[in-house]
Design a protein around this ligand. Structure first.
Ligand SMILES: O=C(O)CCC(=O)C(=O)O
Length: 244
């Protein structure tokens, strides 16, 4: 067999493997299904009114992405998400961080505003309620909250696992999305096929087990999108994570 044929067979084998991998994840999660239109409209209705959270976690479903890794998804966990979006958009001290990439400092394509428990600074009351209620449910003290603002479709976050201290083998990270729906993708660490995780404005998405260790996630750029805020509740964040 010549080199070209060998390469072709290698590529075809890899493609077959990736298809099988994607099919396996889709089978377990059902996440290759398009989100029904009616559900998107219904989601939009949750956006109005006074902000509140569902302390009973009535819509929450756990998805086992592999035997050691899970995601909890609670659609519409935040009611009045639009008012909370407006409050956070107006009140957080948004900054654009820089990152080292290929030996150069580049601007991170989104704005962030971290909060740390040790600062003693009060959080907006509903965000504090989320932090406490989520901490009770998952048995951890969320000692940092990262606010992320994606101003439009050009803002994004690249593939990564969160930088949690290595001695915490199974970190729990809780994310709340507000505003415009964006694609939230998940793939095994190091590459391979990705799946789109349903995560719309007002939803709660919690990663647990080994998800932050053996999987990575991303919010890719899109041609057009309105603003979106995500709130990340973490425990044991590596201090270097916000140091750049
Ligand atoms: O915005 C999101 O939904 C994800 C945020 C994230 O992954 C991060 O800040 O590490």
């Amino acid at each position: 067999m010549d080199a070209g044929a060998r390469r072709h067979r290698g590529n075809a084998g890899r493609a077959r493997g990736e298809r099988a991998d994607r099919a396996e994840i889709a089978l377990r999660t059902g996440w290759d299904q398009p989100i029904p239109r009616a559900m998107l409209t219904q989601r939009h209705l949750f956006g109005g009114g006074a902000p509140a959270i569902d302390r009973a976690f009535g819509s929450l479903q756990r998805v086992q992405v592999d035997p050691e890794s899970w995601l909890d998804h609670a659609p519409g966990w935040v009611q009045g998400a639009d008012a909370l979006f407006a409050e956070l958009h107006a009140s957080r001290a948004w900054q654009q961080r820089t990152r080292w990439m290929h030996g150069k400092q580049v601007l991170e394509p989104r704005l962030t505003a971290p909060w740390f428990l040790e600062s003693g600074e009060p959080l907006p009351p509903l965000v504090e309620e989320m932090r406490v209620v989520l901490g009770e449910r998952y048995g951890v003290v969320f000692d940092s909250v990262g606010f992320n603002l994606y101003r439009d479709g050009r803002d994004s976050v690249a593939w990564h696992g969160d930088r949690i201290r290595p001695e915490i083998e199974e970190p729990v990270v809780a994310l709340v999305a507000l505003g415009e729906p964006r694609r939230f993708l998940l793939r095994r660490k190091g590459g391979g096929p990705s799946v789109r995780v349903p995560f719309a404005g007002g939803d709660l998405l919690v990663t647990g087990g080994r998800t932050q260790r053996t999987w990575e996630h991303a919010v890719p750029k899109v041609a057009r999108a309105g603003p979106r805020i995500s709130i990340a509740f973490r425990h044991g964040l590596d201090p270097a994570a916000y140091g750049e």
